[in-house]
Ligand binder design. Structure first.
Ligand code: HEM
Length: 267
C-alpha cells in the first residue's frame, strides 16, 4: 500500500515509471463494504451508458477474459457485458490490446470516475495518442511504457499512482460535467488531493492488458498536517514544469497554494 509521502519522491517533479508488484485480487476485489461506490457507478451507467461504457469488437475477447478471471480469482459472479463490468467492480476498468504493429490500443471498458477525460475521445486510440494530451509524457516515457506493456507477465499486478489537486470531492470528473478547476481565493478545506491508484494486469489468453483505476480523495488541510508529505507536495508543486501545471489546471493557483501549504505546515 502506498502512503501519501510515496506520491512525492525526493527530487524535482518528473514523470516516472515506478511500478510495484502485488496481488491482483488486492486491487480488483471488493473493498467497499458500504456499497456506495458500486451504487454510484450503477447510477452513472444508467444515466448515461454511452458516456461511461464502451466496447469495440476487438474488446469482446478481452472482456470475456476479465470476466473469467474475476469469477475464478476475485470472488465475483459471472457477467458478460461491459455495463456489468462497470457495475460489479469498484475500479474503473479499461481494456487494451496490441494492434498489428504491436501498439497498444484502448478497446473498451467502463469509466465512471474519470479525471478530466472522456472514454469516447480515447476509444480505439493508441497509448501515444491517449497520452498526447499530457505535455512531455510521450517524449519522456512512451517507449518505456510500450516496453512495459509488451513484456507484462501474467498473474501479478503492477501498481502505480497519479495525483492532482481538485476543487470538488466528486468522483466523476467527466469533462462534460464542467467541474470548475481550483481557483483563488484558496481554502484548503475545499481542495482535495485526488489520487488515482492504478493497476496493470496481463491477460494471457488474449495477449491484452487490463488497466484499473481507483480514486482516493484526501482533503488538503488534512494532507499538509504531515510535515514530510507537506514538504514533498510543496516541492513537487514548485518544480512542476509550467505546461504540466496548466495541464493539471493548477497554473492559476500554484503560487498561492505553495504559500498556503508552507503557512499551514509551519515552514
Ligand atoms: C504503464 C504506465 C503508465 C504510465 C507511467 C502513465 C503515466 C501517465 C501520467 C504521468 C499521466 C498524467 C497524469 C497527471 O499527472 O495528471 C497520465 C495520464 C493518462 N493516462 Fe497514463 N500512464 C500509464 C498507462 C496508461 C494506460 C495503460 C492507460 C490506458 C488507457 C493510460 C491512460 C491515461 C489517460 C487517459 C490519461 C489522461 C489523459 C488526458 O488527460 O487526456 N495510461 N498517464
Amino acid at each position: 500500500m502506498t502512503t501519501l509521502a510515496d506520491l512525492f519522491p525526493a527530487g524535482d517533479y518528473r514523470f516516472h515509471l515506478t511500478l510495484r508488484r502485488g496481488a491482483p485480487r488486492d486491487f480488483f476485489g471488493a473493498q467497499d463494504p458500504s456499497g456506495r461506490i458500486l451504487a454510484e457507478r450503477a447510477r452513472w451507467i444508467a444515466e448515461n451508458p454511452a458516456r461511461h461504457v464502451a466496447l469495440l469488437p476487438a474488446g469482446e475477447a478481452l472482456l470475456a477474459e476479465v470476466a473469467d478471471i474475476a469469477a475464478a480469482e476475485w470472488g465475483y459472479g459471472r457477467f458478460s457485458t461491459a455495463a456489468e463490468l462497470g457495475e460489479r467492480l469498484e475500479p474503473d476498468m479499461l481494456l487494451l490490446s496490441p494492434d498489428a504493429t504491436g501498439a497498444f490500443r484502448l478497446q473498451g471498458g467502463a469509466l465512471c470516475f474519470p479525471t478530466g477525460w472522456a472514454l469516447e475521445d480515447k476509444l480505439g486510440q493508441s497509448m501515444d495518442f491517449i497520452h498526447g494530451a499530457v505535455p512531455g509524457l510521450n517524449a519522456a516515457l512512451a517507449s518505456p511504457i510500450h516496453q512495459f506493456l509488451s513484456r507484462l507477465k501474467p498473474g501479478v499486478a503492477f501498481f502505480r499512482d497519479n495525483w492532482g489537486v481538485v476543487a470538488s470531492d466528486e468522483l466523476n470528473l467527466h469533462p462534460a460535467r464542467q467541474i470548475a478547476a481550483p481557483s483563488l481565493p484558496l481554502d484548503l478545506e475545499h481542495l482535495w488531493l485526488r489520487v488515482e491508484h492504478q493497476a496493470l494486469l496481463a491477460l494471457p489468453h488474449t495477449k491484452g492488458v487490463l488497466f484499473g483505476i481507483r480514486i482516493a480523495l484526501h482533503r488538503l488541510d488534512e494532507v499538509v498536517r504531515d510535515p514530510t508529505v507537506a514538504a514533498g507536495f510543496r516541492h513537487a508543486l514548485a518544480t512542476m514544469p509550467p505546461e504540466m501545471a496548466v495541464y493539471k489546471r493548477l497554473d492559476g493557483i500554484r503560487e498561492k497554494l505553495i504559500e498556503c501549504v508552507s503557512n499551514r505546515a509551519g515552514f
